[in-house]
Design a protein around this ligand. Structure first.
Ligand SMILES: Nc1ncnc2c1ncn2[C@@H]1O[C@H](COP(=O)(O)OP(=O)(O)O)[C@@H](O)[C@H]1O
Ligand SMILES: [Mg+2]
Length: 303
């Protein structure tokens, strides 16, 4: 397996404040990876450590095989910062040109890529206006183009949809899906969980600087089975535990968290074999939002 990102025991403290406690993760080349968590969880600090912009207190890592912090590790990496501040006297086209020159692209290649990227982020009409006349959303879209100018193999996007309206969000989604088809690895975080849900192959949840949960979104989440029986005996609960985690019981209802939907017919067969009277069988899939609230906990809901 070729890893785009590897991190082992990354930690960052600011004085007594632990921003990232102990981060270990691996992201495969070509994966679209979501990095979720409440405000202050350490997402930005973790990204900046991977990018070599913040020096880790402990731990190590590699980007595309090169040690984090090294020049080589950044060569094929793109980054949209959370709090970007572009030179506001420049035009959008000039900003992209500067970044293209920093990457050593020839004038002909820059001209071609800049035109294509401006069109993709819907800024072709605004390209020759100074950035001070851009809205937050327009600057963010320009930031995306900036992150892609050198055709990176790995892209870090820190809250790429935060300043965007629904059309802008669709634009980002299409862009990420385009990158995915091209095999580019995308590591990003967003508060808009429905966006994350449609884009990511895998997500981790970060809380107080630690990964507390990881889930694959490729095949949807583990479904939940809601069963209604005439009566739920201790024996039935015990038997159902061999199929999955029993989430909740009333005298007539059982909820089971399954590992796969293919278990459903087996469970029904098992129940019928035990002469249980089955009144209801419902398969439900939690949304990423439900999973987030369950994982992060109600104490974080207001943040
Ligand atoms: N330069 C810094 N100095 C002191 N504390 C910081 C600094 N950067 C981040 N922090 C703190 O570290 C924690 C994690 O911050 P951050 O990585 O920005 O979280 P997130 O991106 O998940 O919202 C927060 O409590 C934040 O206040
Ligand atoms: Mg942040």
């Amino acid at each position: 397996m070729s890893w785009a990102i590897e991190a082992t025991g990354l930690r960052k403290t600011f004085g007594a404040k632990v921003a990232v406690a102990d981060l270990s993760l691996r992201v495969a080349a070509g994966e679209v990876f979501g990095f979720l968590g409440p405000n202050g969880a350490g997402k930005t600090t973790a990204m900046k450590m991977l990018l070599g912009l913040v020096h880790p207190t402990a731990g190590y890592g590699r980007l595309l095989g090169y040690p984090i912090g090294s020049r080589e590790s950044r060569r094929w990496v793109g980054f949209l910062p959370e709090h970007f501040r572009f030179q506001e006297w420049m035009t959008g086209r000039e900003l992209l040109d500067v970044h293209g020159r920093l990457h050593g692209l020839t004038a002909a290649v820059r001209a071609e890529r800049i035109a294509a990227l401006l069109a993709e982020v819907d800024l072709a009409d605004a390209a020759d206006r100074p950035l001070r006349t851009y809205s937050k959303g327009m600057q963010q879209r320009l930031g995306l183009a900036q992150a892609l100018i050198h055709r990176p193999r790995l892209v870090f996007l820190d809250e790429p949809t935060s300043g965007l309206d629904p059309l802008g969000r669709i634009l980002v989604r299409n862009l990420v899906l385009r990158l995915r088809t091209e095999g580019v690895t995308v590591f990003f975080n967003s508060h808009i969980l429905s966006d994350v849900e449609t884009m990511c192959d895998r997500v981790v949840f970060l809380k107080q600087g630690r990964i507390i949960h990881e889930t694959s979104l490729r095949d949807g989440f583990a479904p939940e089975l809601h069963l209604t029986l005439d009566a739920v005996s201790a024996e039935i609960v015990h038997g159902l535990r061999t199929f999955g985690e029993v989430a909740q019981t009333t005298d007539r209802e059982v909820r089971l968290r399954l590992t796969a939907e293919a278990e459903v017919p087996n469970i029904v067969r098992w129940l019928v074999g035990r002469d249980a009277a089955v009144y209801g069988v419902q398969v439900k899939r939690p949304s990423l939002e439900t999973l987030f609230l369950e994982t992060i906990g109600p104490d974080e809901r207001a943040g």
